[in-house]
Write a protein that binds this ligand. Structure first.
Ligand code: PMP
Length: 327
């Protein structure tokens, strides 16, 4: 019989799909790595299971333990899946700008969710980073994966996403583009791909309100770059260890509006019902592609999660109008 022993065994081996309509006027081929096909509906399943298994191997996570993480939702889903498979409890801290759907999904998976204010500095005691750290100190036998600085995050993509893309493109990939949050996806995949072919160009997608692009270009951590923005999952006000700037050739910033509008186009024109950061990734990748892609080039852009988590926002016409994103 062809069955898996647990749904976590279905993580990875996601489809690579050609973009046919949003790419008009672009030379070369643009392929989307569709990560909502993972069982937790996002790319973060890959690193969540790897962080748990590496912690078990290192003896940091023991039977009956509690996993505590600050997460924008998708990592929480991946960790919750791994926790169910392996018998751990989960507590997640989220910033209050995250969609309600993400919080409901985590609760549905048996996790405890603590909502923290978005507009406080990362070192403020109420930030979702600080609350996660404090709970980890207070709760015995708890494990704080810290996806920002935990190198198992990058390693998961070096071991799975990179090889999958290399095999699916039969080594023909010339450009690799992905949004940058913790940096695990872009860095781990880029490391693997550049080891196979050092000429592959890696394009990081950043948001307005985030520090990455300026830091890459000047080496300066510029606090003036930091302000509130609405896109979920990419851009940061910190420099996570998983962002390896040597493996990212260039950054493109995408506005909340451009990302949101492209997300809806991906659903309607490509049949890809994806989340906001997928629209940002494609918008940014195509901006780069317009100028740099040549006939015969193959660009792969990663779509991190599924559209259900944004039904109340991106896929709600009233909300889109209120934001001024559509007329
Ligand atoms: N998009 C979404 C929706 C995410 O949840 C994340 C994770 N923060 C990313 C993009 C960025 O991925 P990474 O953390 O690997 O840089």
């Amino acid at each position: 019989m062809a069955y898996l022993n647990h749904i976590t065994e279905a993580i990875g081996n996601t489809p690579l799909v050609k973009l046919n309509n949003v790419t008009q006027g672009i030379k070369g081929t643009v392929l989307a790595k569709v990560e909502y096909a993972n069982p937790g509906n996002s790319v973060k399943d890959r690193m969540a299971i790897k962080m748990i298994e590496d912690a078990e191997k290192a003896g940091i996570l023991k039977p009956g333990g509690t996993i505590i993480e600050g997460t924008s939702g998708n990592t929480g889903m991946g960790l919750a899946l791994a926790a169910i498979a392996k018998g751990y409890k989960c507590i997640f801290t989220l910033a209050d700008k995250q969609s309600k759907e993400k919080m409901d999904v985590l609760r549905a998976m048996g996790a405890e969710v603590i909502v923290c204010p978005t507009n406080v500095a990362p070192d403020h005691p109420d930030s979702y980073y600080s609350v996660a750290r404090r709970l980890n100190e207070e709760i015995p036998n708890s494990f704080y994966p810290n996806q920002y600085d935990n190198v198992s995050n990058t390693a998961a993509h070096y071991e799975t996403t990179g090889p999958e893309i290399w095999e699916q493109t039969e080594g023909k990939i010339t450009h690799w583009a992905a949004g940058v949050g913790t940096g695990g996806t872009i860095s781990g995949t880029s490391k693997y791909l550049k080891e196979q072919n050092p000429n592959i160009v890696t394009v990081g997608i950043d948001t307005y309100g985030s520090v990455f692009k300026k830091y890459k270009e000047t080496g300066e951590f510029d606090e003036n770059e930091i302000y509130a923005y609405a896109t979920e999952g990419i851009g940061e006000d910190i420099l996570p260890k998983n962002v390896n700037f040597d493996l990212i050739d260039t950054f493109i910033k995408v506005t909340d509006k451009d990302g949101a509008v492209m997300t809806r186009r991906l659903a309607r024109e490509e049949g890809l019902f994806v989340g906001w950061s997928s629209g940002s990734a494609v918008y940014g990748a195509l901006e780069y592609a317009k100028e740099h892609l040549k006939e015969g080039d193959v660009m792969v852009v990663l779509l991190p999660d599924h559209g259900t988590r944004y039904l109340g926002k991106i896929y709600n016409d009233d909300w889109m109008r209120q934001q001024g994103y559509i007329d």
